[in-house]
Design a protein around this ligand. Sequence first.
Ligand code: SF4
Length: 429
Amino acid sequence: MEDSLAAGSIAPSLLAWYDSHARALPWRELPGSGRRADPYRVWLSEVMLQQTTVAAVTPRFVRFLERWPGIAALAAAPEAEVMAEWAGLGYYARARNLLACAREVASRGGFPATEAELRALPGIGAYTAAAIAAIAFGERAVVVDANVERVVARLFAIDTPLPQARPAIRAAADRITPAERAGDFAQAMMDLGATICVPRRPECSACPIARPCRARAAGRQAELPVRPVKRVRPLRRGTAWWIERDDHVLTVTRPGRGMLAGMRALPDDGWSARGDGSGAPPFAAEWRAIGKVAHAFTHFALELTIRKPLGPIPHTLPEGEWIAREALAKAGLPTLFAKAVLQAMASADASEDAAAQHQADDRDDEHDEAEIAPRVGSRQRAEPDADERDRQDEPVAPAKERDGRGDRQEQRDQADEDREKIEHGVLYR
Ligand code: SF4
């Protein structure tokens, strides 16, 4: 068994499989093309793919590239535009680091070619540096994302629970990474994990490395890697203020540090990962609850109540930007606030429908049945709104985890991101 997993025993079979089965992805150069992948594309895709699916990222990547086709174009972009384009991809600190990195790379005339130099750039952690070095520059680097982690844990039957198993997994991955074609090897491992060695029911009969796989030999594929016990997330409560005047809604830019830093949002009461919101409303009024949304962040769950004032809106208000109701869906709001907006608008629409219904009821007392039809039509319009909400939510909805567990995409507290230096090798594609 030891010999079957010796250095150099895995790469030939895996690379041969990759040569004929590589997924065509917009940031990738397929084997045999004779070209090396563009570091800008590799870097951008890797940042976008952190805890997000390939399916969710692909159209966003293409759009991003149309807008900023190279590092110089991105470096010159205003931060607000990049943040708005990033909306819905989560981990907003990444968007800020993306821009900082683009500016640094543009100022030095291009990406450095070694893992060590890449690692020193803003927002580039160990995983991304290894991926760019291997895929775009052909350096032998050990690239371990969640797919690779799963394949290696099974291949070597590593049964230490995650995350404690990571050093052993990395050492094992290092052992089988070849000196040549390290980039293709990394991508082959990613593709194997995404298409064959999937979390549930891996297709071992189609696997190019089934013969040396220890988990397959022992029939333990389903139980590896050993997952950590799920933590219970604390519940935080907060309030968002829905302030509307002349069909325009007040939005603010969130502070530069903390949750969803720098993003456009509804004004709120200062909720955070560490506690419920307690801030006062922007002005004195009777604030009526018009809806509630639940959102899961990595380290806590948030229940956000949306409240609107009864009565007139004063002229002196917190600084912000008034956005037309119909433009809010494309205003680059992060997912939490996009959900809150949809909820508030559905509530407002429902109120209008109810008011219209009420007026129609009054009229019905006076008119004959033939006039009821338009009112019924109006009532029916309210039902498709729910579907409409779902569709509208798609572009900004959190993506599912890449390993198919189906959890909602989670965004992290800026402080958590800082603590974990944004990436920690747990990546899903
Ligand atoms: S044989 Fe099965 S468990 Fe082992 S690496 Fe291949 S797909 Fe994964």
